[in-house]
Design a protein around this ligand. Structure first.
Ligand code: AMP
Length: 417
């Protein structure tokens, strides 16, 4: 079943959203992007004549209740954006009476699911031994069944629209789906878009396919890089990880960041790329600074010949040109991680050049997916989010999908769990 074909009239519909929005010290929402992201799905249920039960987590509460993480703080804003009154249930396990009283078009927001450790299935607190922890986990897992069953009992239909938590096998993101047959569970619109975008870079690939992986460390991206090596035509490795590759070949990298334990791995990645016919592209030159701050002295150097006391903090003009050429000739593009220390204005030009090339390729018909933390911050900083095909809302979830892992939240809806 899909959200577009489902008849919601007279049905109680429980929707898992990601309302884990940042709040200031007074409980005011500082960025409501995640709430806005779920609106099309929520409005669709209401327009279709359903009664809407919304559930989400917020933060990492340590107790029940934990007022700092109460979803009560966002009720008024959700109501305003949705254009409908929103009732609140201050205990997600005690909504039976409120749910029973709901009529078509009513909206009920449940209190933070993570007030209960059953949501994640992970016991809270400190444990003296591993055995104690394992025993506590067993107890929580057992209680999780009842917790999930109670959530499921509220509704006729389950919708998952929380891509940000799709990589977690939690009660509300995956396990609950077992209580609904395939005609009564589905993705929300946001989730549908994310799944379609991932599919375009993992399965339905138009070539050439170029992945740009940046950021600080190669170690945190190994699994993604290895998975991408069997998919892409071009792999641009940039950002801080450049210097691990340069040093692995005996290059001089000054004080640039480098993971000495991963020099062999860098060589291995290069070898595998060659075997698989992947064009591995590294930055030829670097914009270097004599201190890790915006207003330091700068000079351009070959990436493998950086003087002592200088640090590669962005790619240089030659690299910008060669990266842009590869990107502009691509038909599928995936970007994760900046090309330099983009937070500092003097070292953001490389990331901007990458973003501009991606926008140009997109205008020429390429599919471009930007995702995973800092590249999203980058594309937003440059005001170019509307010039790429898709900006993912899910950091960890997107990265696990690119690593080739099955996401429990997606598998559960598809009935593959
Ligand atoms: P990651 O979380 O691994 O994706 O890394 C993102 C961070 O990498 C950003 O905060 C960037 O400032 C940083 N970064 C990118 N290029 C460099 C570089 N050449 N040296 C140090 N940090 C970098």
């Amino acid at each position: 079943m899909t959200i577009d074909t489902c008849n919601f009239k007279g049905q109680k519909v429980i929707v898992r959203v990601d309302f884990n929005v940042p709040l200031d010290e007074n409980g005011n929402i500082t960025d409501d992007t995640r709430i806005r992201g779920a609106l099309p799905t929520l409005k669709k249920v209401l327009a279709g004549g359903g009664a809407l039960i919304i559930m989400s987590h917020m933060g990492r509460p340590k107790k029940n209740p934990d007022p700092k993480f109460s979803l009560k703080q966002i009720v008024a804003h959700v109501s305003e954006l949705l254009g409908a009154p929103v009732q609140f249930c201050d205990d997600c396990m005690k909504a039976q009476a409120q749910v029973a009283a709901m009529k078509d078009g009513d909206v009920l927001l449940l209190e933070n699911l993570r007030f209960y450790e059953e949501e994640t299935g992970k016991p809270r607190g400190e444990f003296a031994t591993d055995d104690e922890k394992a025993a506590a986990k067993k107890v929580v897992k057992e209680k999780q069944k009842e917790f999930t069953k109670t959530l499921a009992s509220y509704a006729d239909i389950y919708i998952n629209d929380a891509f940000g938590t799709a990589h977690r096998k939690h009660a509300s993101t995956a396990i609950i789906a077992d209580y609904f047959d395939t005609d009564h569970k589905m993705f929300g619109y946001l989730m549908e878009k994310e799944v379609a975008a991932v599919n375009k870079v993992m399965n339905d690939i138009k070539r050439p396919f170029t992945a740009i992986m940046g950021g600080s460390k190669v170690s945190s991206k190994i699994e993604i890089i290895e998975n991408l090596l069997s998919k892409v035509d071009n792999l641009i490795l940039t950002g801080g990880m450049t210097y691990t590759f340069m040093k692995a070949h005996g290059g001089k990298i000054g004080t640039s960041i480098c993971e000495d334990d991963f020099l062999d791995l860098a060589l291995d990645i290069e070898k595998k790329a060659k075997e698989k016919g992947v064009n591995l592209v590294l930055a030829e030159d670097a914009k270097c600074g004599d201190a890790f701050k915006n207003d330091c002295n700068v000079q351009y150097c070959p990436s493998n010949d950086i003087p002592e006391g200088w640090e590669g903090m962005d790619i240089g003009p030659k690299a910008m040109e060669s990266f842009a050429k590869v990107i502009k000739e691509s038909k599928t593009i995936l970007w994760n991680g900046p090309a330099g220390v983009f937070e500092m204005d003097n070292f953001m030009a490389g990331s901007k050049a990458v973003a501009e090339a991606i926008c140009e390729a997109t205008a020429n018909g390429a599919f471009s997916l930007i995702g995973g933390g800092d590249s999203v911050a980058c594309i937003n900083k440059f005001g170019m989010a509307d010039k790429v095909s898709y900006v993912s809302t899910g950091g960890g979830a997107l990265l696990e999908a690119i690593e080739g892992k099955t996401l429990p939240g997606i598998a559960a809806i598809k009935g593959e769990a």
